[in-house]
Design a binder for this molecule. Structure first.
Ligand code: NOJ
Length: 746
C-alpha cells in the first residue's frame, strides 16, 4: 500500500468514493490507493469518449521535426484534450508551458506525456548505437543510456523512443546505424542494457524515462536495404533472429513498443494482429502500450490495406495499436466508428487503460510538473562527468581493423603530423543521426583531439576534398602536406546524413572522390593511418589491402576527437569488435556469420559448389572481429564433461594469455554449432561473450556455463527446444579464429 499526494483536486474529488482512505484538507488531497489498476479505472470511469480518444493521440510539437509533417494546432489540441502526449518538445520551461495547457484547461487535467528520440544521448551525445554495440560492454552501454535518461528527464522528457532493436544484415539500409548489428544474442543483451539504463530502478524516480522498443517488427529486414520496403521472411527466421531483441527489451521491463513502418509478409506491422496481439501480448505477456510510428496509420492507405481513414483506424485498433503517432486518424474517426458500432468502446478502454497506467507509473498524476525543473536542467546537462563517460564510451566503441607492423599507437614525440580528409575537422558529422538535443557545435573534432594530445607537434591540416562531390582540386595540397609529415592521419567516410532514417545507399563505398584522395596520399609513401567515420559497414577492400593501419570510429559523439586521439596515441588500447560483418564487395550482401552451410559448401576445386565467379565468399572483416595493441593467445578448450544430460549444465573454460607488452581488454566469444538437427543449423551461433582485461604477460581463465536451453532452436515442427546429439563449441577472439571442442547432448 502506497500513499501519495494527488495533484488534481478535481479528479481527486470525483474519485472520492472510490478511494480507500481520504483525508480532508485545504491543500492537495492525500489519498491512499492500493492498486494501480484501480487508480487507472477510477480515472477511466470519468472520461468521455472524446477524452479517451485524446489520450490515444500523440502529436509532435514544432520544436523539432522528425517526420514529413507537423500539425500546427497542437497547442489548441492540448487545451481541448484532443491530444494526450506530445513529442519533439523538451526543456523545463517549454514542457511546463505545454503541461500547463493540459492541466489548466482540460476537464480532468490528465497530464501530458512528453516523448523524444533520445537514442544515443540527449545533450551529451554518445557514439551512435552501432558504435556502442562495437564495445560489447554492457555496463558502459547501460551507463550511457542512464546518462541520456538523466539529461532528457532534466529537460522535461518522460519517454524515449529507444531502444531500437532491429536486427540488420544489409548495410545498404541506413538505419543499421541505429541498431546493434546482425546478431540476435548480442542485440538482446544490448537491448536489455539500454532498457535498464533508461528506466533505472524505478520509473517513479524523476531521472528515469520510459523506454519504447522499436520498430516492431523486422523493420531491419527491408528488402534490398531500401528503407520502408517490404519485409518477408519465414516464421523461423522471424522468431529465431528478428524477434529476440524486442522480446529481451520487454522482458527487461520496457513499458512501450512502437510498431514499424514495414509490412511483414504483406501485412503492415501497424495492422498486424499476429505481431501485436498474438505474439506481443499473447505469447510475451506485454501489458504496456503500443504506439505507431510517424503517421503509420495513415500509411495503411498507401500500403493498400485500408480504403480510407476510418478503415485504417479500425484495423489498427483491432490489431492492437493503442496510440496514434501524428496521423490524427484516431481523433478523426474513432468516435464516429464507435457511434456506428463499427468498433467497440471496450477496445478503446483497453488502450486508454494501458496509456494511463504508464502516466501513473511515472508519478505524473501526483505531480504533472515533476520533470519540469529548471534547477535540474541547469545542473544536470553536459556535466564534466557526462563528457568523461562519453569519451570513455567512444574509445571503447572503436574497432582496430588493421595495424601492420604496429604502426599504431603513434608516438607522442612525432614532430610533424598531417591530418587530412573531409571528416578530419568536420564537427557537424560527429554526432551522427538521431542526435536528439545534441549541439554539434560542442563536438570535439579529430583535428582538435590530435592537437590537444600532442601539443608540441606541428600538426598540419588539409581537407583534401569534400565528403561528396567531384572536385579533386585540393588533393594536390593534401599530398604536399602529407609529403612533409612523419605520419598522415586520414579521416574519410560518410556524412552523418548518409545513414539513419530514409538514408539507404545502393553503393556502400567511400562517397565522392575520397578514394582518389586516399590513393594519392598513399602514393606519397608516408605511413598512413585511415580513420573511418561512417554509419554502416563500407566496402573498403582497396584501403584494407594498401593502408597499414585502419581504425573504425563510426560517429563517436560529442567527445569523438578526444577519444580518437586517446587511441591513436596509445592512451587507450582499442578493444572494440564488429557487431556486423563488413562485406568484401556489395554483391555479397547480405553476408553474416551465422549462415547455413548449404548442401554444397564452397570447395575451390569443385565448380558445383556455392560461390561467386568473380569474388570470394568470405567477407572483408568477420563478425566479432577487432584487433588490439596487444596479442591474446587462446589455450585449448576445457570441458567439464563430454556428455550433457537434460537437467545438467556444461562448463567450458579457456585460458586467455596476453602475450604482448600492453595491458588490454579482450572480448572472448562463444559460439555453438549443432552438428545434426531437424533444421539445417547455422554454421555458428553466438551464445555468450565476456569482456575481460588482462595485464601484459598475464593470463585469465574464462568460464562459460551452458544448459540445454542454450542449445534450443525452432525445430522442423516449429516447436522450440533442443535436439539430442553432437554439438561443437567454438571460442575465440572473433567468429572465425576460434578453438573448438565437442560434446554430446543426451
Ligand atoms: C520515425 C522513426 O521511424 C522513429 O524511429 C521515430 O521514433 C519517430 N519517427 C519519432 O520521431
Amino acid at each position: 500500500m502506497r500513499s501519495f499526494i494527488f495533484h488534481n483536486r478535481f479528479l481527486a474529488a470525483l474519485l472520492l468514493p472510490l478511494s480507500t482512505l481520504i483525508f480532508s484538507c485545504t491543500g492537495p488531497v492525500p489519498m491512499v490507493v492500493n492498486n494501480l489498476d484501480r487508480q487507472v479505472d477510477s480515472v477511466l470511469s470519468l472520461m468521455t469518449l472524446d477524452e479517451k480518444i485524446g489520450q490515444m493521440t500523440l502529436y509532435t510539437s514544432d520544436m523539432d521535426q522528425t517526420g514529413a509533417f507537423v500539425r500546427k494546432e497542437y497547442e489548441e489540441d492540448i487545451k481541448y484534450g484532443r491530444v494526450g502526449s506530445i513529442f519533439n518538445a523538451y526543456g523545463a520551461d517549454y514542457t511546463r508551458k505545454l503541461q500547463d495547457l493540459a492541466i489548466k484547461n482540460t476537464r480532468l487535467r490528465i497530464p501530458l506525456l512528453f516523448g523524444y528520440d533520445v537514442i544515443h544521448g540527449h545533450r551529451t551525445i554518445f557514439p551512435v548505437p552501432l558504435a556502442e554495440a562495437s564495445s560489447w560492454d554492457m555496463k558502459s552501454i547501460e551507463h550511457a543510456a542512464r546518462i541520456a535518461a538523466i539529461e532528457a528527464s532534466a529537460e522535461g522528457l518522460h519517454w524515449t523512443f529507444a531502444p531500437m532493436c532491429d536486427i540488420a544484415r544489409d548495410p545498404r539500409w541506413g538505419r543499421i546505424v541505429e541498431g546493434s548489428g546482425e546478431d540476435p544474442y548480442l542485440g538482446s543483451e544490448i537491448a536489455r542494457a539500454r532498457v535498464r539504463g533508461f528506466q533505472g530502478n524505478s520509473l517513479g524516480e524523476v531521472n528515469t524515462v520510459v523506454a519504447c522498443v522499436k520498430h516492431y517488427a523486422a523493420y531491419g529486414a527491408a528488402q534490398a536495404g531500401r528503407d520502408y520496403h517490404t519485409t518477408d521472411m519465414s516464421q523461423r527466421l522471424l522468431r529465431e533472429v528478428y524477434l529476440p531483441p524486442y522480446k529481451a527489451a520487454i522482458d527487461e521491463g520496457a513499458l512501450t513498443v512502437m510498431s514499424s513502418f514495414n509490412d511483414l509478409d504483406g501485412i503492415p506491422a501497424t495492422a498486424n494482429k499476429f505481431l501485436l496481439s498474438d505474439v506481443l501480448r499473447g505469447e510475451w505477456g506485454f501489458d504496456g502500450f503500443v504506439v505507431t510510428d510517424y503517421n503509420s496509420i495513415g500509411e495503411l492507405i498507401n500500403h493498400g490495406v485500408a480504403a480510407d481513414q476510418a478503415e485504417a483506424a479500425a484495423i489498427s485498433l483491432e490489431a492492437g495499436i493503442d496510440m496514434d503517432m501524428q496521423a490524427g486518424i484516431y481523433p478523426a474517426t474513432l468516435s464516429n466508428l464507435v457511434d456506428k458500432q463499427l468498433v467497440s468502446e471496450e477496445l478503446i478502454n483497453i488502450a486508454v487503460r494501458r496509456i494511463l497506467k504508464v502516466k501513473f507509473q511515472l508519478g505524473l498524476f501526483e505531480d504533472p510538473y515533476k520533470y519540469c525543473s529548471t534547477e535540474r536542467e541547469k545542473t544536470l546537462l553536459m556535466t564534466p562527468g557526462h563528457q568523461e563517460a562519453a569519451r570513455d564510451m567512444a574509445r571503447k566503441s572503436f574497432v582496430l581493423l588493421k595495424n601492420e607492423n604496429q604502426l599504431l599507437p603513434l608516438s607522442k614525440n612525432l614532430k610533424r603530423i598531417a591530418v587530412v580528409g573531409p571528416l578530419a575537422d568536420s564537427r557537424q558529422d560527429l554526432i551522427g543521426s538521431w542526435s536528439a538535443a545534441g549541439d554539434w557545435s560542442k563536438a570535439v573534432t579529430l583535428l582538435e583531439g590530435v592537437r590537444a594530445a600532442v601539443p608540441q607537434a606541428q600538426v598540419q591540416y588539409v581537407k583534401g576534398c569534400e565528403i561528396t562531390g567531384t572536385s579533386t582540386d585540393n588533393i594536390k595540397q593534401a599530398v604536399e602536406v602529407a609529403k612533409s609529415a612523419d605520419v598522415v592521419i586520414l579521416a574519410v567516410g560518410e556524412a552523418a546524413w548518409m545513414s539513419g532514417e530514409a538514408a539507404s545507399r545502393s553503393d556502400i563505398g567511400l562517397p565522392g572522390v575520397q578514394q582518389t584522395l586516399v590513393e594519392a596520399v598513399y602514393k606519397t609513401g608516408k605511413p598512413v593511418v585511415v580513420v573511418l567515420m561512417n554509419g554502416r559497414p563500407l566496402t573498403i577492400k582497396w584501403i584494407d589491402s594498401h593502408i597499414p593501419a585502419i581504425l573504425e570510429t563510426w560517429f563517436a559523439g560529442t567527445q569523438a576527437g578526444n577519444a580518437i586521439a586517446d587511441v591513436l596515441f596509445g592512451d587507450y588500447n582499442p578493444s572494440g569488435k564488429l557487431p556486423v560483418t563488413f562485406p568484401d564487395n556489395l554483391g555479397q550482401v547480405p553476408v553474416y556469420y551465422s549462415m547455413r552451410n548449404t548442401g554444397r559448401p564452397f570447395e575451390a576445386a569443385n565448380k558445383y559448389t556455392s560461390k561467386y565467379l568473380d569474388g570470394p565468399n568470405e567477407p572483408l572483416y568477420v563478425f566479432g572481429y577487432g584487433l588490439s595493441y596487444t596479442k591474446f593467445e587462446y589455450s585449448p578448450l576445457v570441458l567439464d564433461k563430454n556428455i550433457l544430460t537434460e537437467n545438467d549444465t556444461i562448463s567450458i573454460s579457456v585460458t586467455v594469455k596476453n602475450t604482448g607488452e600492453l595491458a588490454g581488454e579482450e572480448v572472448v566469444q562463444l559460439y555453438v554449432h549443432d552438428k545434426v538437427a531437424s533444421v539445417a543449423p547455422p554454421v555458428k551461433t553466438l551464445k555468450g561473450f565476456k569482456k575481460i582485461r588482462i595485464d601484459a604477460g598475464e593470463e585469465k581463465i574464462v568460464q562459460f556455463v551452458l544448459t540445454p536451453a542454450d542449445l534450443a532452436f525452432y525445430r522442423a515442427d516449429m516447436t522450440y527446444g533442443w535436439e539430442k546429439g553432437a554439438f561443437r563449441i567454438d571460442v575465440g577472439t572473433n567468429s572465425r579464429d576460434v578453438v573448438s571442442a565437442e560434446f554430446n547432448l543426451q
